[in-house]
Design a protein around this ligand. Sequence first.
Ligand code: SF4
Length: 150
Amino acid sequence: MRTVLDARTSSGYGSRSRGGIHAILDVETALAAADTAARLRDRVGAGEKLSGPAARRALTAAVQAPRFEGRIVPRNFAKKASAFLARDGIVLYDNHDAYLICAFKHDTALCKPEEGARAPRQYDCRPGCGNTVRTDTHARLLRERADELA
Ligand code: SF4
């Protein structure tokens, strides 16, 4: 839904009457991204190594991201979530299907996100993208998957 509705900037889908759904998606996306950053911080703390062109950015993001221990969302949280997602290049998106974390930077994204989109088109993740980060676990799982396919 996030990806589809990011077309709001070009399709006019984000008229004021639709504003509510975008706010909800911003909150859910920000929480998921913060969870991804917190998990990455834990993994690195436990000794896992990172690889990939965006590894340095991901490390910065993991260190800076807040950790949400609960799910109580105050009234002004949607604005905060929107600001959190606007930090181009240091918001982390878990892309389980591609065995990677996407440190989404709009201008270098090979999945060609819409103009103004603040999230990648993860279903169209492309090999060789400069926003790619892999932990040792991702790399191992990817190798296992390649072996399976072979
Ligand atoms: S191609 Fe993949 S790694 Fe690159 S921005 Fe898109 S989802 Fe992220």
